[in-house]
Design a protein around this ligand. Structure first.
Ligand code: ZN
Length: 268
């Protein structure tokens, strides 16, 4: 039985600032180790629950954060970018469940640590009218392959959002958000214990398969008109207003292509 772990960094224990999540800041070296330890706690839990194979996808920024030299010996690691399916690259029908570790809230969530949606150049994303966070966007890729979401960790706000969206899944809040850049923390030992236990329980629950039914309409509101101008050359995208593009397709993987293309173009 295979478990897939998508590991982001903003929702990892202790993290409250971009400085802790990006090269070349000195804090980054500390927090990539903490991220690796938290990944290993989830791997241990999944294995204790009976998983025979655990694939971890490094899903943050450069996607080269997790320390291979400290990775659990029974896990496999997908490291690096660029990957077509980005935060869920490598997922397919062979997995029994997906875990979202270290995730964060959508852009615009009040008092949630480092809230954003894929890039700070994006203000909001809707898919078929649902305002989408990263876990909503990428859980629907898992859903495309019929893989249920079983676990999510991050701050208390993203855990609440995940329970609201998925219903009965395992969540672990490793911090209680106070503002965008402050939170009350659990000690690492407690966070690891809770993640290990929840990751084990998650193997045994059905979880929830979430997908979007065609025709699928993606709407992206950019933070500035310059970014929307740059992204507007995506073929067949329509411009709804100065900030907003829309794109419709029946195939969700093409919707993901369109979203990631818009995000990359918005940087130019
Ligand atoms: Zn991230």
């Amino acid at each position: 039985m295979k478990i897939y772990i998508s590991a982001d960094m903003e929702g990892i224990s202790g993290v409250v600032s971009w400085d802790e999540t990006e090269r070349p800041n000195s804090d980054f070296e500390r927090f990539r180790k903490i991220m690796t330890d938290e990944v290993n706690a989830a791997v241990e839990g999944a294995l204790a629950g009976g998983a025979t194979e655990v694939v971890v996808n490094d899903s943050h920024d450069s996607m080269r954060n997790i320390l291979i030299e400290q990775l659990h010996p029974r896990a496999s690691l997908i490291s690096g970018n660029i990957k077509r399916l980005s935060m869920v690259e490598g997922i397919d029908e062979s997995f029994a469940g997906v875990y979202f570790l270290g995730y964060h809230s959508a852009a615009g969530t009040l008092h949630s640590v480092l809230d954003h949606t894929y890039t700070s150049r994006v203000h909001r994303v809707w898919i078929n009218g649902i305002e989408a966070s990263e876990f909503i966007i990428f859980s629907a890729v898992a859903g495309y392959f019929g893989v249920p979401v079983k676990f999510l960790s991050g701050d208390d706000k993203v855990c609440q959002a995940a329970r609201d969206y998925f219903g009965d899944i395992e969540t672990v809040a490793v911090k209680k958000a106070i503002s965008r850049q402050s939170a009350m923390m659990s000690p690492l030992s407690v966070a690891h214990q809770e993640i290990r236990a929840a990751a084990e329980r998650a193997v045994f629950i059905p979880g929830n398969v979430k997908r979007f039914e065609p025709p699928i309409t993606l709407r992206v509101e950019f933070a500035s008109t310059r970014e929307a101008d740059s992204a507007s050359i995506v073929p067949l995208a329509s411009r709804l207003d100065a900030f907003t593009l829309e794109y419709t397709h029946d195939d969700y993987l093409v919707i993901i292509d369109a979203l990631l293309t818009m995000c990359r173009l918005s940087a130019t």
